[in-house]
Ligand binder design. Structure first.
Ligand code: UDX
Length: 430
């Protein structure tokens, strides 16, 4: 099928390239001319394993092109996905201005398009958005009616950074929210060559499935961190406990890793947005509030543990190994490292850091940190070290790498150091 993708950020580009891999003709649309040129040159604007390879292949086969021309893209395609950003506002609600603006632009083009067209919201939007502001803006700008002149669907993404192409091409499930059967049938046909169960439902339910999924995964992580905090006081290894817990098929072994808390552009934002929406509906979501609060606390608890070993951090040099919110990513959005650095600087410490991919992004937020070329360099003359991201290369660190530290105070916020190679360190929950 011929499809257009409005917004070529992390979700939009992965989706566009993924549909091209599955044989569709894809037009990726973005307002950023530079981003469009980068994509057309075969380079993905963001670091995502395998995306560049698939993009180059799709361009070579003529299955994908990027453009700033919304009008042309909609005229040439039968389905348009909306995958623009829905950033958090101060109060935790999501900013829908990009969604509204794209919906209006699509409506303006549909005004003069005779053929049936399906619009699919893929951005993460709170329940009631697709059949609310999206539907209203398209109908107002086009003068046409949903269900009669065009179809409206909601198809949430479940992509993990660093695994986006895998997660797109081999999803656990495909959720299609639809304004009407005809629209849903078009999108089911688009996904017909994916090997995954398809759930057809209404628009609001599809929106809620996305939030409920992410809120559950975030809850699993905060639950594990709570178990870790208790286990640490009991002198029990939470990792071992979670191995036993995860053997229950109803629980599964996934997302049971304790550490310095979840970050990224999704979990924090989605949990806060769901809390905000519930409150707007006069419901107090106590469980989600606790998940969020515990996660915030987990992000800086490791600094308190450090102060137990070095009571006065003023003037001390602390080395952070890892800055990205997760390994195999250059993304530092809501990363625990941001909050740990803030706390250390507030206490008068000097911070050195090393991360294989994320240092340039962190330099924009914390320019006073010394960014080093390697873990060993960052460790040299440091009074303490905190491992914040579980990059594979930190698995190889040995006592020799830590020997250049001024004092061997090593704290691990993620489980990665090899106990047979590094003799003395303590974990946040172990
Ligand atoms: C997440 C969801 O997994 C994905 O389905 C959704 O579409 C977008 O949000 P992502 O944010 O890319 O994906 O990363 P993910 O791998 O889920 O990890 C999120 C955060 O949770 C990371 O900071 C990670 O370190 C943390 N985490 C994950 C834990 O602390 N413990 C775990 O057991 C798993």
């Amino acid at each position: 099928m011929k499809i257009s993708i409005m917004g070529t950020g992390y979700v939009g580009l992965s989706t566009g390239v993924g549909f091209a891999v599955k044989g569709n003709d894809v037009i990726c649309v973005d307002i950023d001319q530079k981003k469009v040129e980068t994509i057309n040159s075969g380079v993905s604007p963001m670091f995502e394993p395998h995306l560049d390879g698939h993009l180059k292949d799709a361009l070579k086969k003529g299955k994908l092109k990027a453009t700033t021309d919304v009008k042309g893209a909609i005229a040439e395609t039968e389905v348009s996905f909306i995958s623009v950003g829905t950033p958090s506002s101060e109060d935790g609600s999501i900013d829908l201005s990009f969604i509204e603006s794209v919906a209006r632009q699509i409506g303006e083009v549909l005004k003069n398009k005779k053929e049936y067209h399906v619009i699919v919201v893929k951005s993460t939007v709170v329940p009631g958005t697709t059949d609310g502001v999206v539907l209203r803006n398209i109908e107002k700008a086009s003068g046409k009616k949903t269900g009669k002149d065009f179809g409206l669907c909601m198809n949430p993404e479940f992509l993990r950074e660093g695994r986006a192409m895998d997660d797109f091409l081999k999803p656990d499930r495909i959720v299609i929210g639809e304004s009407d059967k005809r629209a849903g049938n078009v999108i089911e046909k688009l996904y017909s060559n994916f090997m995954a169960p398809i759930l057809r439902t209404d628009l609001k339910t599809a929106e809620m499935i996305k939030y409920a999924s992410n809120a559950f995964l975030a809850t699993k992580i905060s639950y594990t961190n709570e178990m870790g905090n208790i286990c640490k006081k009991l002198g029990i290894d939470v990792n071992e406990v979670m191995k036993g817990v995860g053997m229950d098929h109803r629980i599964s072994p996934h997302f049971l890793k304790a550490g310095v808390g979840y970050g990224g552009s999704c979990f924090p934002k989605d949990v806060e947005a769901l809390i905000w929406k519930a409150r707007e509906l006069s419901y107090e979501p106590k469980l989600l509030e606790e998940v969020h609060r515990l996660n915030d606390r987990q992000k800086v608890m490791i600094v308190e543990q450090l102060e137990k070993k070095i009571p006065n951090l003023k003037g001390k040099t602390i080395c952070l190994l890892g800055l990205a919110f997760k390994p195999d990513s250059d993304d530092i959005r809501e990363a625990s490292s941001i909050y740990i650095i803030e706390r250390l600087l507030q206490k008068g410490a000097k911070v050195k850091a090393y991360d294989p991919k994320a240092m340039e992004h962190m330099r924009k937020i914390h320019p006073s940190v010394d960014y080093m070329k390697s873990a060993r360099e960052a460790l040299e003359n440091s009074d303490a070290c905190i491992v914040v991201t579980e990059w594979d290369e930190f698995k190889k660190l040995t006592d020799a790498d830590f020997s250049k530290m001024k004092s061997k105070v090593i704290l691990e916020g993620r489980r990665i150091l090899d106990r047979t190679k590094v003799s003395k360190f303590e974990g946040i929950c172990w």
